[in-house]
Design a protein. Structure first.
Length: 517
């Protein structure tokens, strides 16, 4: 994580006077902003072009993405607004990878425009590159240097007129660390997952990671070596054993030093008819617009201290719109988070009455019923059956919403019951839809472990153990893998049932990114 961010340059979307809130939808993104429609369309189109260009460069598939699994991007007024949401004054933009609710928050405009600043566009593209990596290769093990190098490689994308996208430009915000020496020699960089790095070495992980990834993927040097190295890692080899694919590491380090001072190659992905971008624009209803501030705060995440204030603001904002499904959904979520369960269910019911197709309304109705059942210690067959019927109604509307599939599984395990086969299949499907969610990955692995499928459990845990941002959850995954490798099934089950570690620094389970993490 960057300890300090310099002022930001202008985002893809230039700042303008406030306009009405609009939603822009593409195949992979849903963007909300109070911008002129034509500017919002351009912003959303560029994000979609980025997705398509990265996939074309790597030859990666592009499976259809349902609405709940798109990345939702909120464009807020300023960097200060971003920092306030992140509860960290140096955060310039962030991304939270959640099943069925992945979001990114970026400022509309900020900063001086200095070339060496880390800008909001780079932050957003860096984080989306992480999202793409796990979506494309959900079971692959990648080392920290390649995870960050891959993201940095694509963070500097340049959107050309006519739809072309250029990759490979040097990250100027890493220039100082890159050009003033070598703070992270390659032997240490390859073992960065297991080392405690200094701030300079942490910066080197991004800068040198970018350089080595660029050398392999854009300059196309040492053909076949990167693939051999990653294959060895995924076959269980240690970092240095896998690095034998590179030969003499000192020689490779020297090549990188020469390369960074020479001509840096680029790669242009030209537009084609096959990658034509379509953007659907919709002006938000008055109720949706009035509750947007609360919606962003709720989706960002609340805790016991902040939930009551958000709920109070939600009540005030939504009270004039009892027949607006969007406004009532915001109220239902805020009421649920503040544990006013009766109000949460009433708001969900109003949302359903206004729009029976609103699957999230059925989700919050079911979540509220589950919370009430917990509170009453009610585990009766009738109560749980009624809850599952509500979940099923939402699932019928959005079969690929992982939130509903996860909730169905929880309707068993949270009440001390063995999950049905359908519930287990649903959780596995949820993971297929959202492999970027570390918490879901960990819980799906535990499910496979409990049914005796240790091999699948280990396969799912391995990428999490290598994650440079998994923090406590990554450590827990690594510890569980070590137990599995010893063959101690009893101890593995015991470890799986231990309290789960938080994924991030503030302990709320979210992965907030300060800059390009």
């Amino acid at each position: 994580m960057l300890r300090k961010l310099l002022p930001l340059v202008v985002l893809l979307l230039p700042g303008i006077a406030q306009a009405d809130w609009h939603e822009a939808s593409t195949e992979h993104f849903t963007v909300f902003a109070d911008q002129r429609p034509e500017r919002l369309r351009e912003f959303a189109a560029n994000l979609e072009r980025f997705d398509k260009a990265v996939r074309r460069l790597g030859g990666w598939r592009d499976d259809p993405v349902s609405v709940p699994n798109r990345v939702t991007v909120y464009v807020v007024a300023s960097r200060d607004a971003v920092a306030k949401l992140a509860r960290h004054r140096f955060v310039a933009g962030f991304y939270k990878p959640r099943a069925g609710a992945t979001l990114a928050v970026v400022p509309r405009r900020s900063g001086s425009g200095v070339e060496t600043d880390l800008d909001a566009q780079s932050i957003l593209l860096h984080e989306y590159a992480h999202h793409l990596m796990w979506s494309i290769s959900p079971h692959a093990v990648y080392p920290a240097w390649f995870i960050e190098g891959f993201a940095e490689l694509f963070a500097t994308a340049d959107f050309k007129q006519g739809g072309a996208v250029a990759f490979g430009m040097p990250p100027q915000y890493r220039a100082r660390g890159l050009m003033t020496g070598n703070n992270l020699p390659i032997e240490k960089m390859l073992r960065a997952d297991s080392l405690k790095l200094t701030p300079e070495q942490r910066d080197g992980l991004y800068g040198r990671g970018w350089l080595l990834t660029h050398y392999f993927l854009i300059a196309r040097q040492r053909n076949g070596q990167l693939a051999a190295y990653l294959a060895a890692l995924n076959a269980g080899k240690s970092s240095l054993e896998a690095a034998q694919a590179f030969g003499d590491l000192r020689a490779l380090d020297n090549e990188l030093e020469r390369y960074k001072r020479g001509k840096i190659a680029g790669y242009l992905v030209a537009p084609t008819e096959a990658t034509k971008v379509e953007v659907t624009l919709r002006k938000l209803t008055p109720g949706e617009a009035a509750t947007m501030d609360v919606r962003i705060r709720s989706k960002n995440g609340v805790n016991a201290r902040t939930a009551p204030g958000v709920y109070a603001d939600a009540r005030e904002a939504a009270e004039r719109f009892p027949d607006d499904a969007g406004a009532q959904l915001v109220l239902a979520e805020a009421a649920y988070d503040a544990r006013d369960l009766a109000a949460a269910e009433a708001a969900a019911d109003r949302a359903i009455a206004a729009n029976p197709q609103a699957s999230d309304a059925w989700l919050y109705k079911a979540m509220t019923r589950m919370a009430l059942a917990h509170k009453a210690n009610d585990r009766s067959k009738e109560t749980l059956s009624a809850i599952r019927k509500i979940i099923a109604q939402g699932n019928k509307l959005q079969p690929d919403d992982p939130k509903l599939l996860i909730l169905y599984y929880r309707s068993f395990v949270d009440f001390g019951a063995a999950p049905s086969e359908n519930a287990r299949q649903g959780l596995a499907r949820a993971f297929d839809l959202a492999p970027h969610d570390g918490r879901l990955r960990f819980n799906a692995a535990k499910m496979f472990l409990r049914v005796g499928n240790k091999a699948e459990a280990r396969t799912m845990l391995a990428p999490l153990a290598y994650s440079p941002h998994g923090k406590g959850l990554a450590q827990q995954a690594a510890a569980l893998i070590a137990i599995l490798d010893k063959g101690d099934d009893k101890e593995a089950l015991k470890a799986a049932d231990a309290p789960e570690a938080p994924e991030d620094e503030d302990g709320d389970g979210d992965d907030t990114k300060a800059g390009t993490n």
